[in-house]
Design a protein around this ligand. Sequence first.
Ligand code: NPG
Length: 374
Amino acid sequence: MKLRVIELRRIAMPLVGPFRTSFGTQTARDILLLKVVTDGAEGWGECGALLDPGYSDEYLAGELGVLKDYFIPTLASSRGRDRVEAHGAHAVADLLHPFKGHRMAKAVLEMAILDAELREEGRSFARELGGVVDRVPSGVSVGIFEEIPQLLDVVGGYLDEGYVRIKLKIEPGWDLEPVRAVRERFGDDVLLQVDANTAYTLRDARHLAMLDDFGLLLIEQPLEEEDVLGHAELARQVRTPICLDESIVSSQTAAAAISLGACSIINIKPGRVGGYLEAVKIHDLAVAHGLAVWCGGMIETGLGRAANMALASLPGFTLPGDVSASGRFYKTDITEPFVLEEGHIRVPTGPGLGVTPIPEILDEVTTSIEHIEF
Ligand code: NPG
């Protein structure tokens, strides 16, 4: 494949309601989309970076800058073009390896090139990544609220819609009470887990152990991103399985966390780990070590959601992921919306991502656009 043009497009998407986590409240999502035009097809990528570096050290303007200043020029160099022409998306991670970090920016380039390549060849993301099912069970992530009754209304609504698993965002001051209230109202059969987004320290171990009474599937990322040893220690002090998200940025960090006993479950987010191909490596590693994985979400549009559904259809994804319907976050998605069917979402089967943005809707939400010719 020959690269012709890269389009960098920023869009602004209002959320259906505020989404509060331990790292902040979001009411809209500013997203960087990257389209590659090749001699044979177009491919779309969606960058996970948020506007601010609150979830990780990556942020939208930073990733846009590193793409323009380093990553795209590297692909446009004669060596870059040769490698992409010969190996497609599989060349991207290697070509960008000399540059540290910025995995969400690496991931968006790789995703777009992979999409173009697969569309050209008529193969789907799911088939390419190794998916084995045609629909995936859908979990939903529930933010932090001011009051318990509000939370219970929202959780009740999601259960009525058919979501098969509830994840509650927690932080110090909003942990035992909401979990107890949800258990009391909806019973012990609801698949329930919590996500702290790094809000605790090892000094909270005894407090976190009190969550053991509630039969949770897992506690996600209670401690700092870099505190892998702390998670290993915590795992010895609580019975609820520890799941890592922010700490796992590559298959190497996954291997280290697994061998240290820092987690028994991994949330795989393709953006955080540098792309879908690295995500598959982490899946394979986890399966080889007997760990369960599930697919995380970063409030993606239909583009990222399509690729996440494909990833979540791999056999090691044995826990329901944050792969909810488009309507969980967006009234109007930029693609055909993903919808819940008996608590599941269908994995796209068309070439590449299997979905494309609807031009009029895309234009309406676009805030800036630039083209780089090869
Ligand atoms: O379903 O897309 C979704 C959202 C799931 O809670 C969710 N994502 O910490 O995992 C997280 C959180 C997140 C959202 C993280 C956006 C980073 C960006």
